[in-house]
Each structure stands twice: as C-alpha cells, then as structure tokens.
Design a protein around this ligand. Structure first.
Ligand code: AMP
Ligand code: MG
Length: 307
C-alpha cells in the first residue's frame, strides 16, 4: 500500500483486528492519493483554476496543517509541489533530468500562497490551472497516527506499525522498549547503522536512498527543493525524527532536510518535543538530543556525535 511495504506487529493472534488496521490504511490512502484520479485530494487538483472543492473535515485539517508548514519562511516543505513531483516522476520510472526552463515554469505553479482555504466550508481552492497538491511527505505520518489511535480504541497495549519507514509504536511489551533500526543509506534492507530505543514514540526517516535514479554519477532523489525545483542537495543522506506524533515526524524530516545539520540543531534547541538523528555523506551520525530515546551505534564505520 502507498507504494511501500507495510508491517504491523501485534502480540495476540487477531486477524479481525489486523484486517481492521489494513482497511483503515486503505481508506485513508484512498482519500489522499494523487496516483489515482478519484481521491479527495485529486478532486481539489482537478478543479485547479476553476473552483473551490469541499473535503471531509479530517482531510481539511491535514491540508490546513500542510498549508501552514509550507508557508513558514524558508520552508523546504511545500505541499503545492505536485507539478514538480509529477514532472520528475522519481520512483515512477523517472530517469532523466527535466530541462531547467521547464522546471522554472513549473516552480511558478507550486506557490503555497496560491492556495486558499475556507474553514467554514472546509474547501480548498488552487488559484491557477495546473497547480497540484501532493501530500506524499505527510500522509504516512497522519495514517500511522490514525492506526495508533485505532489500536488504542481496540484496547491494544503493545503494537508497532511501519509504513515504509514511518514507524509508530504503542507500549513496549515485555522488553524495555522498542528497538527500531536506523538504516544504512544505499545498503541492503537489513543493514543498520544503529538502533533507536523508544517507548510510545514515532520514528520517521526521510532518506535520499528511498527513491532515486542515477545519471552521470549523480543521484537524483525524491525529496525536492521547492526553491530550486531540483532534489535537495546538501551534506545529508537521511534525517530521522523521534516524536510523539508521527505526523510531526513526517513534516519535520522534510523541514530539517532542507535546513541541513547546523541550522537544524539550532532550530531544534527550542522544540523539545522533536528530536532528530542526521546521517551525513561523510558517515557521521548526529543526534540532536536523546531525551525521548537512546541510540546504540552498531556500525563502527560511522562516527557518533552529539548535537
Ligand atoms: P517523505 O517520504 O516523507 O520524505 O516524502 C517524500 C514525498 O513527498 C515525495 O515522494 C513527494 O511526493 C513529496 N515531496 C517531495 N519533495 C517535497 C517537498 N519539498 N515538500 C513536500 N513534499 C515533498
Ligand atoms: Mg515526510
């Protein structure tokens, strides 16, 4: 689902419950997807430049959050990035670099201030034809939180959901905590840099190695810089966020990616509920702080640093 492998861990054999979780994921994906023509988000996109579209209250709240984050000064997160994502097609057979002039023309269609929201009618209006919302950077976090809430309602104490690298946890069973692997970039599925130990926390990673293509020795990946129209290019290979809410993790991984390590560490000093682990191209692993989790390094070819 959602173009990713999904893992649900439960400790009681309960197929009805498991089916309920996957049904919930499917329902939420159906509302948000931009890879099929008939979701709530696609209804907004189809009406770009023509008229506002009313959506369900939860989808409206999600869009409202994405809109606010996209409007932060200098934000690397931009939910209006759809036209660029579609053009690059990274992860969907895209394997060439679009001409610069084309990217520049598309940048003009990705301005979040060209989107109006109406709280009274829960409607969303994209001012120009060709504009497109893409919630790919926030949807998994939102759904992971919805799964956690659903499991809690069903009186489940201990569980883990992993939506393609977007992990949300409940409880910790008999172990001290959940052990969540931090992946080695561009290595096999099971190759880990280290282990994050956390309880009742979400762990979300955005990495350049998740979806990319290579051309002339360069790696073009799926996290685009809304300022340039090209993939974000800095010292980072991945950013992992540990937080209570997975939606926060999903948003902050993109925001921090765009800031780079140095600015991120300063920025996070004032946001105690968000903690991050940065993996750099020169094999450093930098933890912003470790109040909500602890980190064990497994691969000594990486250097562990405290932010
Ligand atoms: P994530 O896996 O959470 O890092 O999100 C990556 C997905 O978000 C991409 O596949 C695109 O659909 C979308 N995306 C790419 N660049 C951005 C960006 N700068 N801001 C918001 N969404 C983006
Ligand atoms: Mg994200």
């Amino acid at each position: 689902m959602m173009g990713s492998p999904i893992v649900l861990k439960l400790f009681e054999h309960d197929e009805t419950l498991a089916r309920g979780v996957f049904r919930l994921i499917k329902q939420q994906e159906n509302r948000l997807t931009v890879n099929r023509p008939d979701s709530e988000v696609m209804a907004i996109n189809h009406a770009a430049g023509r008229h506002p579209v009313a959506v369900s209250p939860p989808v409206y709240q999600l869009i409202k959050r994405a809109h606010a984050v996209s409007l932060l000064p200098g934000s690397a997160f931009n939910f209006a990035i759809g036209p660029l994502v579609k053009r690059w097609k990274i992860g969907f057979q895209g394997n060439s670099v679009p001409p610069k002039a084309e990217l520049e023309a598309l940048l003009a269609l990705t301005r979040p201030d060209g989107i109006s929201l109406d709280d009274d009618t829960h409607s969303v209006f994209l001012h120009q034809p060709g504009m497109e919302i893409d919630l790919g950077a926030i949807a998994k976090g939102w759904i992971a939180d919805a799964v956690r809430d659903y499991l809690r309602q069903q009186q489940v104490d201990d569980a883990l959901i992993n939506l393609g690298g977007n992990v949300q946890t409940l409880g910790h069973r008999t172990e001290r905590c959940w052990d969540i692997g931090l992946k080695q970039p561009f290595a096999g599925e099971d190759a880990l840099i280290g282990v994050i130990e956390a309880i009742n926390r979400s762990v979300v990673t955005s990495g350049v190695y998740e979806r990319y293509f290579e051309l002339d020795g360069r790696c073009y990946h799926h996290i685009l810089d809304p300022r340039s129209g090209y993939p974000l290019d800095n010292e980072l290979l991945s950013v992992t966020v540990v937080s209570r809410e997975s939606i926060d993790g999903d948003i902050y991984t993109t925001l921090l990616y765009g800031m780079g390590v140095e600015k991120s560490l300063i920025y996070l000093a004032d946001i105690p509920q968000i903690e991050a682990i940065f993996v750099t191209r020169d094999r450093r692993v930098i933890c912003s702080s470790q109040r909500q989790f602890s980190f064990r390094l497994l691969d000594n070819s990486y250097r562990l640093e405290r932010g």
